[in-house]
Design a protein around this ligand. Structure first.
Ligand code: TYM
Length: 332
């Protein structure tokens, strides 16, 4: 079976609909066809200012949400990144192969640091993509299911794998991004020309999976559309309506053209109502499961301990090979 690895940051109280459609749904499906490793990337979460108690809480909540979304600890390896020290170790080695200019070209760093200026951004934020490359390469990953915003990081990962192999001998498998085009970029409901984002969306623009379903339904019904009245799919001219069609198509597994046909003669209110219903159907059992999983801390801890153990078995093997290849004296 081809190997899969992906990760998600525990930087918010809840995952959002973009995370779910763009990534988590694929993670769940790939458990049946791939050898899957999924992690809550807490090391990445400290690249911006954070509160320690909140980070701990959010990491556990993240793990519970992943299970609630359908990850099955018997069919995948679910772990917390900081439980596997090899991630930091490999990141150091890869950092020594990354050009300063190359890292400077990462658009996510430019976006995230543009608010406070590069003076207040940390070196950790700057080298964030190198740590992400380490996450992926440690597991000899074939495919990485992510949303569109991670594409550039995947390209860097491939470059680093190729460079390491070229310099020190064949060591890493070349991973590719697994991006499902239709759902790769779910847009902000209130500002449909921007992506739905934990860090930059306003509350009105984001559907948080752990929110009260009534709140989510209301946000969908208040989504920004346009002053035209036709329900057609045209991302450039009708970003709001197109985003709603994309979401409904994914949640109901109905192709967009069939949906468009079914709305002939109907209005935006009908479309929004249907999207709201589909969202409520998704989040209602999801949040119940998440909160139930969080009630049973012992089971959750057990699942994560087991996951870390399995992850470490693979990661330590790759790391030993890397240490040897770069010329470190083995510890006796
Ligand atoms: P993160 O935590 O920002 O997001 C988790 C996943 O959700 C996807 N995503 C979206 N997809 C569609 N539409 C959206 N609006 C949307 N917003 C987010 C992201 O693309 C991602 O797949 N750097 C990563 C975490 C990471 C990682 C890794 C991923 C660390 N190490 C190794 C893969 C492999 C991130 O910040 O994702």
């Amino acid at each position: 079976r081809p190997r899969v690895l992906s990760g998600i940051q525990p930087t918010a109280d809840s995952f959002h609909l973009g995370n779910y459609l763009g990534a988590l749904r694929q993670w769940v499906a790939m458990q049946d066809t791939h050898d899957t490793f999924y992690c809550v990337v807490d090391l990445h979460a400290i690249t911006v200012e954070h509160d320690p108690a909140l980070l701990r809480e959010r990491s556990l909540r993240s793990a519970a949400q992943l299970l609630a979304a359908g990850l099955d600890p018997d069919r995948c390896t679910l772990f917390i990144q900081s439980h596997v020290p090899e991630h930091s170790q490999l990141a150091w080695v890869l950092g020594c192969l990354t050009g300063f200019g190359e890292a400077s070209r990462m658009t996510q760093f430019k976006d995230k640091s543009s608010k406070g200026g590069t003076e207040s951004a940390t070196v950790g934020l700057f080298t964030y993509p190198v740590l992400m490359a380490a996450d992926i390469l440690l597991y000899q990953t074939d495919q990485v299911p992510v949303g569109e915003d991670q594409r550039q990081h995947l390209e860097l990962t491939r470059d680093l794998a190729g460079r390491f192999n070229g310099r020190y001998g064949e060591t890493f498998r070349q991973p590719s991004a697994y991006i499902v085009k239709d759902v790769a970029k779910i847009q902000d409901l209130a500002n449909p020309v921007a992506k739905m984002s934990k860090s930059s969306s306003s509350p009105a623009g984001i559907v948080e999976l752990l929110d009260d379903p009534k709140v989510s339904a209301k946000r969908v019904r208040s989504a920004v559309t346009d002053s035209d009245r036709s329900i057609t799919f045209d991302v450039a001219a009708k970003p709001g309506v197109s985003n709603l069609l994309t979401i409904l198509s994914a949640l109901r597994s109905v192709p967009v053209p069939s949906l468009v046909e079914s709305y002939e003669g109907k209005g935006y209110g009908d479309l929004k109502g249907d999207v709201a219903d589909a969202v409520v159907e998704l989040v209602t059992p999801f949040r119940d499961r998440t909160f139930a999983l969080l009630e049973d801390r012992e089971s959750l801890d057990g699942i994560l301990a087991h996951g870390a153990e399995r992850a470490r078995a693979v990661a330590s093997e790759t790391m030993s090979l890397v240490n040897e290849r770069v010329g470190f004296v083995p510890a006796k």
